[in-house]
Design a protein around this ligand. Structure first.
Ligand code: AMP
Length: 421
C-alpha cells in the first residue's frame, strides 16, 4: 500500500469498526449503570476558558506541560484550551447554572493532554465518569467508589485493585505539608534531579515519582494519614466501613496523591493488575471540596471519578473479557437481478428491527456471497429471477446450521426473528 499523504496526528488514532462498537457498548453499559444510580448526563463543551483548567493546579504537569491551548479569533482573542479532564468543566457548569444540590452527573467523551505517547497513553483519550456536587456525606464517596468497582466487575474484569487514601483537608494539610517539605528538603541530595525540581513547586507531587532513585526517600516520608484531624479521620473511617459493608476490597495506599491538585480527603485509584505498571491506572477520583468555590461558585463539596476507556479496553483484552459485540447485520441480501429488489427486502427487514445489508454495483453471485460471508451476518437472503417471479427469497444459513429454504417475502421478517431467537 502506498504511504498515505496524511496520518492521524501523533498520540491520536482512528477507532474503526468493529472496535468502535465495543467502545460504544462500554459507554452504553456505563451510562446505564450511572442512570440506575441517579446520575444524569452532562454534555459540556470540549474546550473551555484556559482559566477553568488552571484551577487544576499550577504545579501539575496537566496544566504546565500538557495543555492543548490556543487563542480564538475574537477581539480581544480569548485564551482557550481543549479539556484535559472533565471535573473542572462540571464544576464550572455548576457555578454557572447553580442546580439544586446534590447534583449528580455522568459524562463520557474525549480528553486531550499533550503527553509522550506510549502504550495506553494518548494525546486524545476517552473517559467516562461521574461527579456528585453539594454533599460531603462520606456515603456519597462510598456510592461513587462502588459504582466504579461494580462497573469494572460488570465488564468481566476480575484483576482490579482499589487503592484508597485520604489527602486530608485544608485544616490538616498545612502541618503535613510542612513536615513533608522539611523531610524532603533534608534529603534532597538523595532525590533524582527531576524530583528536586518538583520539590520546589509542590512537595506532594514528589510522592508520585516512580523513579527508582526516589523510592527509598519516598518510602520513609511522613504520611498524611498521621496528620488527619478527628473530622477527616472519621470521614475516612466511614468510607472504609461502607466499602466493607458492600464487600468491596481495597488496599490502603498512604502515598497515593494523584496527578491533580484539587483533591481533598478521599482519593482512590483503580489499578488493572493485568497491565504493565506504566499503564495500569484504569481510573481514579476523589473529593475536591474547594474546586467549585475556586471557579467562582458557592462553597460546594464534590466527589467523583474518571475512568479511562482506552485502558479499560486494554485490561479487558489482557483478561480476555468483554468481547466485541456481535455485528448488528443479521441478513445479507444478495440480489442477482440488478439490485432494486434488495432495496425493498432490506427496508422491510430493517423496519422489523432486523439488521440488513446488501452489496452494490450488480456484482456476481459469487462476489456477493463473499461479501455476505465477510459481513458476519448469520443469514443470506438470495434473490434471483425465480424468487422474484414467486414473491420469495432463498434464505441460506451462513453458519451452516439450518441449510437453505425458500421463504415467502411476506413471511421473511417473522421467519428470521424466529430463527434468531
Ligand atoms: P486522571 O484524570 O489523570 O485521574 O485520569 C483518569 C484516568 O484516565 C486514568 O486512570 C487513565 O485510565 C485515563 N488516562 C489519563 N491520561 C491518559 C492518557 N494520556 N491516555 C489514556 N488514558 C489516560
Amino acid at each position: 500500500m502506498a504511504e498515505p499523504t496524511f496520518r492521524a496526528p501523533k498520540g491520536t488514532r482512528d477507532i474503526l469498526p468493529p472496535e468502535s462498537g465495543r467502545r460504544r457498548a462500554l459507554i452504553d453499559a456505563f451510562a446505564q449503570q450511572a442512570e440506575l444510580a441517579g446520575f444524569g448526563e452532562i454534555m459540556s463543551p470540549i474546550f473551555e476558558d484556559l482559566g477553568v483548567f488552571k484551577r487544576l493546579g499550577e504545579s501539575t504537569d496537566v496544566v504546565t506541560k500538557e495543555m492543548f491551548d490556543f487563542f480564538d479569533k475574537g477581539d480581544p482573542p480569548q485564551h482557550l484550551a481543549l479539556r484535559p479532564e472533565l471535573t473542572a468543566s462540571v464544576c464550572r457548569a455548576f457555578a454557572e447554572h447553580r442546580p439544586t444540590p446534590p447534583w449528580k452527573v455522568w459524562y463520557e467523551g474525549p480528553q486531550f493532554r499533550y503527553e509522550q505517547p506510549q502504550a495506553g497513553r494518548y494525546r486524545q483519550f476517552a473517559q467516562v465518569g461521574i461527579e456528585t456536587l453539594g454533599t460531603d456525606d462520606p456515603q456519597a464517596d462510598v456510592d461513587a467508589i462502588a459504582l466504579g468497582w461494580h462497573f469494572y466487575e460488570s465488564l468481566g474484569l476480575r484483576e482490579i485493585t482499589l487503592l484508597l487514601n485520604s489527602l486530608g483537608d485544608p485544616t490538616c494539610r498545612p502541618a503535613y505539608m510542612d513536615a513533608l517539605r522539611t523531610y524532603l528538603s533534608d534529603n534532597a541530595a538523595s532525590l533524582s534531579p527531576q524530583s528536586q525540581v518538583t520539590l520546589e513547586r509542590n512537595p506532594l507531587r514528589v510522592l508520585d515519582s516512580k523513579r527508582d532513585e526516589d523510592a527509598a526517600i519516598i518510602s520513609a516520608a511522613p504520611l498524611m494519614v498521621d496528620f488527619l484531624t478527628d473530622e477527616t479521620r472519621e470521614h475516612f473511617e466511614t468510607v472504609r466501613a461502607g466499602l466493607d459493608q458492600l464487600g468491596i476490597p481495597y488496599e490502603l495506599s498512604p502515598r497515593l496523591v494523584r496527578g491533580l491538585d484539587y483533591y481533598t480527603r478521599t482519593t482512590f485509584e483503580f489499578a488493572a493488575d493485568a497491565l504493565a505498571t506504566a499503564q495500569n491506572a484504569v481510573g481514579g477520583g476523589g473529593r475536591y471540596d474547594g474546586l467549585v468555590e475556586d471557579l467562582g461558585g458557592p462553597a460546594t463539596p464534590g466527589i467523583g471519578f474518571a475512568l479511562g476507556v482506552d485502558r479499560i479496553l486494554l485490561a479487558c483484552d489482557a483478561e480476555g473479557v468483554f468481547a466485541t459485540p456481535e455485528p448488528a447485520v443479521k441478513v445479507f441480501v444478495v440480489d442477482v437481478t440488478g439490485g432494486s429488489h434488495a432495496l425493498g427486502v432490506c427496508t422491510t427487514l430493517r423496519n422489523a428491527g432486523i439488521g440488513a445489508d446488501r452489496s452494490y454495483g450488480g456484482r456476481s453471485m459469487k462476489a456477493q456471497m463473499k461479501v455476505a460471508d465477510r459481513s458476519g451476518a448469520p443469514f443470506a437472503a438470495i434473490i434471483g429471477e425465480d424468487e422474484v417471479a414467486n414473491g420469495e427469497v432463498t434464505l441460506r444459513d451462513l453458519r451452516g446450521d439450518t441449510g437453505q429454504q425458500r421463504i415467502a417475502l411476506v413471511d421473511l421478517a417473522e421467519h428470521v426473528t424466529r430463527l434468531l431467537s
